[in-house]
Design a protein around this ligand. Structure first.
Ligand code: PCA
Length: 239
């Protein structure tokens, strides 16, 4: 008895199937889908590539949890990068913003805890286009803390067997500026998740820096993906 009815339903498939999914659930799912803005940088300091952008580009468009990754490439200049990340935040209204940058010489994935309101040129670096010793945002607080599930990310990376560490300084160069500007831009949206991760040299770059530690792009991509999954989980848990 049930059979003919099912067959009849199938024959008028388009309407029946469209009517089937529960609209309330679909609407909830659509609302829950948000953007994870993932920034990376252009090469600098004589390098031909920057692993931060290579990793961000690899993850562009990926769905991680209920977040869709939108990758954005930033210039290595504090004022220009700050303007670019602020514009991207206005444009995409992301649920989460994760900045990536290269910190050649660091031995592990660095989860940054603090951004300071200071732009200092690093000794020996080419000009970054900013003015040394100035605030990232005039009149704003001296420091802002990352709004990331840092412990959960650290544990996840440990589970994946990827060397990672908490870092208490993102420096005072362009990466720190971007982290600070991001946290400042999101100050009125306390539920937005935001922070910064520094990556070591990619193995390919370390061919020219033989004494420096390095990681493969694959491993760094897996690390950022695992971090993004923890971010998505944290957002879902608080939704
Ligand atoms: N690292 C630099 C700027 C761009 C990048 O990838 C920094 O640590 O500030």
């Amino acid at each position: 008895m049930g059979k003919p009815r099912r067959a009849a339903n199938r024959s008028s498939a388009p309407q029946v199937q469209r009517a089937r999914p529960r609209p309330a659930r679909r609407a909830r799912a659509a609302r829950a889908r948000g953007v994870l803005l993932l920034s990376g940088f252009a090469p600098f300091g004589g390098e031909r590539s920057n692993p931060s952008w290579e990793v961000a580009a690899r993850l562009d468009g990926r769905e991680i949890g209920r977040l869709v990754v939108k990758a954005v490439k930033l210039p290595v200049s504090s004022p220009r990068a700050v303007r670019a990340i602020a514009a991207a935040i206005r444009r995409w209204r992301p649920r989460a913003v994760l900045g990536l940058g290269q910190a050649g010489g660091r031995p592990a994935i660095s989860l940054e805890k603090v951004a300071i309101n200071l732009v200092e040129r690093r000794a020996g670096r080419e000009s970054d286009g900013g003015v040394a010793g100035t605030p990232v945002v005039r009149g704003a607080p001296d420091a802002l803390f990352a709004r990331l599930p840092l412990r959960a990310i650290l544990r996840a990376l440990e589970r994946h067997g990827i060397p990672a560490a908490l870092s208490l300084s993102a420096g005072a160069y362009v990466c720190n500026s971007v982290m600070y500007a991001t946290l400042h831009a999101l100050r009125a949206r306390p539920q937005a998740v935001a922070g910064f991760i520094h990556l070591p040299y990619a193995a390919r770059q370390a061919v020219r820096h033989r004494q420096a530690p390095s990681m493969t792009l694959e491993l760094m991509t897996a690390a950022v993906e695992a971090a993004a999954a923890e971010i998505a989980r944290a957002i879902t848990a608080h939704a």
